[in-house]
Design a protein around this ligand. Structure first.
Ligand code: NIG
Ligand code: FE
Length: 411
């Protein structure tokens, strides 16, 4: 099966095949071609270049890219899209002035979603998650990470992970599963946090590993949730069972999450709204990817993570959606591109790198996706006709994705 996209107005996100993530200034450096073509065979990019060099090409499917931008599909490395119900009641409370922590302390927040998830059938959960995943794909995502963490018991955490496995089997996107048993202390363990951590380590992680149903382990390491010491325990246990860490850190306070993540070789530390200079310096000396979640800052009225300062310090920043019912109920990748530019002061090119190659790197998948290179997967977005690349994040809220191509096929 050969796909040809010809007359492409702007082909963006071109990188050498061996480039696995972009740090600091490199985030602005992906090559761009105008009046270009791209050929994919059996789902893999085999050739691209300027139209004048194309010559005769026969293809099974031809797309005319006239006036359009073609760029690598987004890799969303952090989401929580398996959940039951919604939380617009808390939305009202937040508008009235309550903070995320106050809502949680009152028994709302994650525990509110856990109550609803316990009642939902696996089928209901699957159907709702599938609809959300398709919305994210339609907004340009071809790779998604999805976390558990609204179960908080062994049975319900496994139920969530089975839903993620079904999404992996049925959807065209690549989906990676993360076990987030330590998202909050389950209601039944109220006042017995150490025992809950024990149960995550002794019961849940071994069961998750035995079923081979998740690849990563996550902990909400933050003020009011899990401490760095508890996080270390869980990550150590995850390591023994072959689960690589990707953790929530420094959303509510700079509380040691970044350092414990780095210490246990986390692939990424995510959120970082409260990251300080020391956190940035420690990240600069590590291979851990700082992942920022501008949708959560926007929706929850939190500070935006200092992504500009991180890039200026040479870090490989990734942007992800955090799509979840409490702090960021949208998985619209194009809107995140706008937020990265508008609220974090990234250039359109830097934000695109953060959403593509660096997002793929935050999942350990950047060898075969996240950029236009010969040999990488043909996971692509074709925009509607637009004047330039920068128009895409500039015209926020406009529906600008015309088609999404995953593995060389229009989905
Ligand atoms: O990434 N911060 C922790 N977890 C989610 C929110 C979960 C929720 O409120 O349901 C997040 O923002
Ligand atoms: Fe999250």
């Amino acid at each position: 099966m050969r796909l040809l996209i010809k007359n492409i107005g702007t082909l963006a996100g071109i990188l050498p095949a061996n480039m696995l993530c972009l740090r600091g200034k490199e985030m602005n450096s992906a090559e761009v071609l105008t009046d270009a073509f791209l050929i994919a065979e059996d789902g893999v990019i085999v050739r691209y270049g300027k139209m004048e060099e194309m010559g005769e090409v026969e293809a099974d499917e031809v797309i005319d890219g006239e006036g359009r931008v073609v760029f690598p599909a987004f890799c969303d490395s952090h989401s929580h899209i398996v959940y039951a119900g919604s939380r617009e009641g808390e939305f009202r409370d937040k508008i009235a002035g309550m903070t995320y922590e106050e809502v949680a302390a009152r028994g709302g927040g994650i525990l509110n979603s856990a109550d609803r998830l316990a009642e939902a059938s696996e089928e209901e959960l699957y159907e709702a998650a599938e609809r959300r995943a398709w919305r994210m794909i339609r907004s340009g995502a071809a790779t998604l990470e999805i976390k558990s963490g609204y179960g908080l018991t062994m049975e319900t955490e496994l139920k969530m992970l089975r839903v993620i496995r079904r999404l992996q089997e049925n959807l065209p996107a690549t989906i990676k599963a993360t076990f987030l048993g330590a998202h909050a202390v389950a209601r039944d363990f109220k006042g017995r946090q150490a025992e809950y951590v024990e149960s995550v380590c002794r019961e849940m992680i071994p069961a998750v590993a035995e079923q081979g149903i998740a690849e990563f382990v996550d902990v909400f390491c933050d003020r009011g949730f899990f401490t760095p010491e508890e996080t270390a325990k869980i990550l150590e246990c995850g390591e023994r069972y072959g689960l690589r860490p990707k953790i929530h850190a420094n959303e509510l306070a700079s509380s040691g999450g970044v350092q414990v993540g780095i210490q246990y070789g986390a692939l990424s530390v995510d959120h970082l709204e409260e990251a300080n200079e020391q956190d940035v310096m420690d990240l600069a000396a590590s291979t851990t990817i700082p992942t920022v979640l501008p949708g959560a800052s926007f929706f929850s009225n939190l500070p935006f993570a200092p992504a500009r300062a991180m890039i200026d310090a040479g870090l490989p920043v990734a942007i992800a959606s955090d799509c979840n019912p409490g702090s960021s109920p949208s998985g619209n990748m194009m809107f995140l591109w706008s937020l990265g530019c508008i609220k974090m002061r990234l250039t359109p090119e830097e934000a695109l790198s953060a959403l593509t190659i660096n997002g793929a790197a935050a999942l350990g998948l950047s060898a075969d996706r996240g950029a236009i290179s010969v040999g990488r997967r043909a996971d692509l977005v074709v925009s509607k006709p637009v004047p330039s690349l920068a128009y895409l994040p500039y015209s926020f809220g406009e529906e600008l994705v015309e088609s999404v191509i995953i593995g060389g096929k229009i989905v």
